[in-house]
Ligand binder design. Structure first.
Ligand code: NAD
Ligand code: WQD
Length: 336
């Protein structure tokens, strides 16, 4: 079986990706320091797949540790998820974000070079576009200044990958720009585990419906959109996970050095009110919500043109917004 190093593999997107890697016949090796995840998630990946997971518990900024743990292993590729991702916190603690998000990419690239493994998939984000002038967003759409230090770390990591590619070391790299991942595995054994009060819409919805939060505040209904609320491209996390498998397949099929950037979204935009209505109708649950003021730094609307991913990776989304909201609710209920 081909070994794929998965940094941050116990996290939200990483855990779903490990399941899909195993389903596709790969052997994921997880590196995680559990700074934003729980160990039981690794057991759950094993429960879903029936396969034992190799786990390196540690910090992927620590290249020496990884080299010592991996010295006898032939690595075919790496999916680098490990990063901090809380937008608000990144404004309060920018050094923490620069150190971890950029430091971990530097150390992983150096590790892969020493291990003679050229294939890397990097977790980028639609946040690199800022508020784009053109919708849907294509990969060549001009980047605007990032709205947060977090977003800037993703832009810098993309620049870093470009400099590394240009250095002629033979890297084969895909930077996947995820839109808004939501939902959970249909088994309800793994899903998102937000620390404290969630910032993101769907965990806030499910926690409100479960009675853990009193009500959801819709951040503004005076935007220039059909119902006045912001529009995003919400993608089921299982579809997103499968895009990583397709990316690894693609990199392994290429024999020349490459660097490419790929939007991973559904191609559809949905408003906050549409998400709430879908959640209520698919789950038969009433949600307590009110309209509040705008949130600083929110982009009015952003959704992907997903055709490049479809062509390059031979990948397409298979699940709907309703599937994702059903699975998100099943996961929330399972946490009680
Ligand atoms: P997550 O926090 O659930 O997962 C990240 C994992 O990385 C966690 O398990 C954490 O413990 C681990 N980690 C962090 N720093 C580490 C380090 N130095 N060494 C070892 N492990 C470390 O986040 P996620 O939602 O799964 O996001 C994964 C990646 O995708 C991140 O790079 C994130 O920026 C990016 N991304 C996420 C979203 C989103 O909305 N969830 C959108 C776009 C991009
Ligand atoms: C979605 C919509 C809110 C909470 C963030 C990061 C971005 C990327 C994806 C990593 C917005 C509205 C939310 C609430 C609300 N992550 N909302 N009430 O802002 O698109 O992006 O996650 O790369 O970098 O910034 O996602 O889930 O926070 O918000 O009305 O309590 O829901 O205003 O319109 P966002 P989100």
């Amino acid at each position: 079986m081909k070994n794929i190093l998965v940094t941050g593999g116990a996290g939200y997107i990483g855990s779903h990706t490990c399941v899909e890697l195993i389903n596709a016949g790969y052997n994921p090796i997880i590196v995680d320091n559990f700074s934003n995840s729980e160990k039981f998630i690794v057991d759950r990946i094993e429960e879903i797949t029936g396969q034992k997971i190799q786990l390196i518990e540690g910090d992927c900024v620590d290249e020496r540790l990884l080299l010592s743990k991996l010295k006898d292993i032939k690595l075919e590729g790496c999916i680098h998820f490990a990063a901090y991702k809380a937008v608000g916190e990144s404004a309060q603690q920018p050094l923490k974000y620069y150190q971890n998000n950029i430091g971990s990419l530097v150390s992983i690239l150096s590790l892969l070079e020493k291990m003679k493994c050229p294939n890397i998939v990097f977790s980028s984000s639609c946040t690199v576009y800022g508020q784009p002038d053109q919708l849907p967003v294509v990969e060549s759409t001009a980047m605007k200044p990032a709205e947060s230090p977090y977003g800037r770390t993703k832009q810098i990591c993309e620049n870093l990958l470009e400099d590394y590619y240009n250095s002629g070391k033979g890297v084969k790299a895909l930077a996947l720009r995820y839109f808004n991942p939501i939902g959970a595995h249909p088994s309800a054994l793994i899903g998102e585990l937000p620390l404290g009060v969630p910032n993101n819409l769907v965990p806030f919805i499910t926690q409100t419906a479960a009675g853990l939060r009193e009500k959801l505040t819709v951040f503004g209904n005076d935007y220039d959109t059909p119902d006045g609320t912001c529009i995003r491209d919400y993608i089921h996390v299982v579809d997103l996970a499968k895009a990583h498998v397709a990316s690894i397949d693609y990199l392994l099929s290429q024999n020349k050095s490459l660097l490419d950037h790929v939007n991973i979204g559904t191609g559809n935009g949905n408003s906050v009110l549409e998400v709430i209505e879908s959640f209520e109708s698919v789950n038969g649950v009433k949600l307590n919500y009110e309209i509040g003021s705008r949130r600083d730094g929110d982009v009015e609307k952003v959704y992907a043109d997903a055709s490049y991913a479809q062509n390059l990776l031979n990948w397409n989304t298979e699940l709907s917004l309703k599937d994702a909201l059903k699975d998100a609710w099943k996961w929330q209920v399972s946490l009680k």
